[in-house]
Design a binder for this molecule. Structure first.
Ligand code: SF4
Length: 313
């Protein structure tokens, strides 16, 4: 196990819990996808798995272990020393995180310097980026530009390449392809899978796109209101057990679908505003029963799956 969260709970403000007792493990070389709607807590979980909760959020309980080290107990300098070297997080809207007043290759040089005592010159930096750039349609000339000259999609792919640059063992990717068109998204997902196969790194993809998760991941965890509600090998999500997963699968649009052929989930995900006293999906669940209103279901093992629903015990 290269990365493992145990019973991780985060609090924002006095009583909002973006993540509630989440346990999740990533094997070396594994591709895991965490899927769910916006507002369900995926981004909070992504940052906490890197040992850096989002501003305004704090860990209340639980742990995150990376390669046997408890991240929240490490001195800040030691933890910082892991980033972009052994763990890389590509945040949502990573394209906005480049320094606006320096050409992009200098950002790449800063990332390379985190893993090397040798200062790289411009040509050496461009050489390091060449193969990945070719695979992602990013000519070397783009790295000589300032960020404002490039499209959001180009910068997003550049942010991905920077995350890969030092071959970290774990990649945390928060909606890394949301600024890309369908074809570039597929190409990027293929490159990502290829890079992971070559380096043996593990990755967690945080996404609302269940179709992409199914195609890309080995295993999928469905995340709703700060909790995992179902976890299964990716191919098993074709027969989802949890009503929320069924709703997500039913709402996902695939090429070739007739217009308006998909059902959505009524309502929207909101963060937990206190310890759960009932099923978090109760108000939106089409199959809710009376007892779902007063008992908070636990995650139960069902063969190679885990599911949080009283109907599946
Ligand atoms: S526990 Fe009840 S409300 Fe929750 S998902 Fe299952 S059936 Fe629906």
């Amino acid at each position: 196990m290269i990365l493992e969260a145990r019973e991780l709970t985060l609090r924002a403000g006095k009583s909002v819990f973006p993540v509630w007792r989440a346990s999740l493990a990533l094997e070396t070389g594994e591709k895991l996808a965490v899927v769910g709607e916006s507002g369900g807590g995926k981004t909070s979980l992504a940052w906490a798995l890197a040992g850096r909760p989002l501003p305004g959020q704090a860990r209340v309980s639980g742990s995150v272990e990376f390669d046997g080290m408890e991240l929240f107990s490490l001195p800040a300098a030691e933890r910082a020393n892991l980033y972009y070297r052994r763990i890389a997080l590509v945040p949502q809207n990573a394209q906005n995180s480049f320094h606006p007043a320096q050409p992009l290759w200098k950002s790449a040089r800063e990332v390379a310097a985190l893993a090397s005592s040798e200062a790289l010159g411009r040509d050496a930096v461009l050489e390091r980026l060449e193969a990945g750039g070719r695979a992602l349609d990013l000519p070397a000339s783009l790295w000589l530009q300032f960020p404002h000259r490039l499209s959001g999609g180009q910068k997003q792919r550049m942010a991905l390449l920077l995350a890969f640059m030092n071959h970290p063992e774990v990649l945390l990717l928060d909606e890394p392809t949301n600024a890309l068109d369908e074809l570039t998204r597929e190409k990027t997902a293929a490159y990502l899978a290829c890079h992971l196969a070559e380096t043996g790194a593990g990755a967690i993809l945080f996404t609302h796109d269940i179709g992409m998760a199914e195609r890309w991941a080995d295993r999928i965890a469905v995340f709703y209101r700060g909790q995992i509600v179902e976890e299964a090998p990716a191919h098993m999500l074709k027969t989802p057990l949890h009503p929320y997963t069924r709703g997500l699968v039913g709402a996902s649009v695939r090429l070739g679908d007739p217009p308006l052929s998909r059902d959505g989930i009524p309502g929207q995900a909101t963060p937990l505003s206190g310890p759960p006293g009932q099923c978090g999906f109760f108000e939106r669940c089409p199959t809710a029963k009376e007892q779902c209103a007063w008992s908070a279901p636990r995650l139960h093992e069902r063969g190679s799956r885990r599911v949080r629903c009283i109907m599946e015990v």
